[in-house]
Design a protein around this ligand. Structure first.
Ligand code: NAD
Length: 476
């Protein structure tokens, strides 16, 4: 298997190192596996100049030609899947199979948007003779994008694909803790023949980079995925400079389990899903509201399945869940469990860190958790689920909608009328019924309330990367 890649910035079509760097750790054993260069002001200025020229060239390239380069890059990444997945497992910890699936998903974002970029249709508005009103969708300009560490390759892919398909240039600051996924995208785009400056990749001190890039005149969109707190902070900076934002922020996904389903099947599927990416997914199912007749059976099965998840190094074939990605997640899990326990919750599975080397934390199941426990309001962003009983659907919907988050929500029911009601009344950008999948390339993904603003993917995804221009043309 290939070694972890030599990490560099990618600016104006060229690779570069810098004088300062940060270590990259393997969360499975805390060893240093690489060092990521830190961009300084001069690097950012170079990236801005490159992206300006990149936008000039790329916005005048036909959507079909843009799509061909994107598809070529996706094909290269599919061919390099094992190399990319190996790097992701090393820096993030997730099982190799999940890393491979992430690479495929990232490629799907490129493939979907490459085609969608050819359909940014405008329209002609009928009016009085002698005048034509034409509505055009043009690329918005240079995008300043920020991607997080939980999906090192597919998170950057989503933003890069949207920007490139729409004809924008982009400076991406990817996550310093998991930089290899974005680096591999840069390699593939470079090898596919992307013109210099269209895509630029930097790493560094997040607050310094965002506060420098957002106010720049040529920055026309801020695209961020991460926590609600940081998203609000960046949105405030953007507002001062009248820049639009695309914000994919935190969630605290409710799951309503109705008493007309098989509790064993629903709990089994839920526990497996909770362990995916060690729960570090903004759509991870977290607050389970289970109708009383099946509550005990559901909670018991969920806990059994949680205890049976094989935890270990993501490179071991038997591993079903790797470590959490950094020490902050261990601290967060420990604090939320201690608080819930002190307030009277039952710990049905997990609850304590495994060992003291590598960031291993088991799938943890809390039951009968009081409403004033922190975990009922704070996104755990780790392998932690809470399971509480509810009597009526009204009660369940009220609890599901009771938080400021509204990203993903789930329900299990075989009743068409209940499903219809849940789809109508749950406040979330994505409601999934009898499936725990919330986001694929062909559907729009995003949140309401504190979970953010805007959509990525689907037919809606490119609208944020374009502006609407109306041309009124009176014939001479
Ligand atoms: P954090 O709030 O410190 O950082 C979240 C992300 O924002 C990181 O990628 C970080 O590099 C970036 N960031 C922080 N300050 C920034 C700034 N001033 N400018 C630009 N980028 C900045 O938290 P964390 O410990 O890294 O992650 C934990 C929390 O983040 C979780 O609780 C979760 O809510 C959220 N998160 C969400 C997603 C998602 O997919 N929506 C992904 C990763 C993390």
């Amino acid at each position: 298997m290939t070694a972890y890649p030599d990490l560099q910035l990618y600016i104006g079509g060229a690779w570069r190192k810098t004088s300062s760097s940060l270590p990259v750790l393997n969360p499975a054993d805390e060893s240093v596996i690489g060092s990521v260069p830190v961009a300084g002001r001069a690097d950012l200025d170079d990236a801005l100049a490159a992206a300006k020229e990149g936008f000039r060239v790329w916005s005048r390239t036909s959507p079909r030609a843009r799509g061909e380069i994107m598809l070529k890059a996706a094909a290269l990444m599919r061919a390099r899947i094992d190399e990319i997945a190996h790097a992701i497992t090393l820096e993030h910890g997730k099982p190799f199979l999940q890393a491979q699936l992430e690479v495929i998903r990232g490629c799907e974002f490129f493939e979907w948007d490459a085609a969608e970029g050819q359909r940014t249709y405008g329209r002609v508005i009928p009016s009085e003779p002698g005048i034509k009103y034409v509505v055009m969708h043009q690329p918005i300009g240079m995008v300043a994008a920020f991607s997080p560490w939980n999906f090192p390759m597919s998170q950057p892919a989503r933003k890069i694909a949207g920007a490139l398909a729409a004809g924008c240039s982009i400076i991406l600051k990817a996550a310093e803790e998991t930089p290899a996924g974005a680096l591999h995208i840069a390699r593939a785009l470079h090898d596919a023949g992307l013109p210099p400056g269209v895509f630029n990749l930097v790493f560094g001190v997040p607050a310094e980079i965002s506060s420098y890039l957002i106010p720049q005149e040529q920055t026309r969109l801020i695209a961020f995925t991460g926590s609600t707190a940081v998203g609000k902070h960046l949105t405030r900076i953007a507002a001062d400079h009248m820049k639009p934002v695309l914000m994919e922020l935190g969630g605290h996904a409710p799951v309503i389990v109705c008493d007309d389903v098989d509790p064993v099947a629903a709990a089994t599927a839920s526990a497996i899903r909770k362990s995916r990416n060690a729960g570090q997914v903004c759509t991870s199912p977290t607050r389970f509201f289970v109708q009383e007749p099946i509550y005990e059976a559901f909670a018991r099965t969920f806990a059994e399945k949680a205890r049976s998840v094989v935890i270990g190094n993501g490179l071991d074939a038997a591993t079903q869940m790797g470590p959490v990605a950094n020490h902050r997640r261990i601290e967060a899990m420990e604090a939320l469990v201690a608080d819930a326990r002190a307030k009277g919750a039952r710990v049905l599975a997990g609850g304590e860190r495994i060992g003291n080397r590598g960031y291993f934390f088991p799938v943890t199941v809390l039951a009968d958790v009081p409403d004033d426990a922190r975990v009922m309001r704070e996104e755990p962003f780790g392998p932690l689920a809470v399971i509480n009983p509810v009597s009526t659907l009204d009660d369940a919907i009220a609890k599901a909608n009771g938080l400021p988050f509204g990203l993903a929500a789930y329900a299990f029911t075989h009743s068409a009328s209940r499903a219809d009601r849940l789809a109508d009344e749950i406040e979330a950008g994505n409601v999934s019924i009898n499936t725990l999948e919330a986001s694929v390339a062909e559907v729009p993904f995003g949140g309401v309330k504190d979970s953010g603003y805007g959509r990525e993917g689907g037919a809606e995804g490119l609208s944020h990367y374009t502006i609407v221009k109306n041309v009124s043309h009176r014939m001479a």
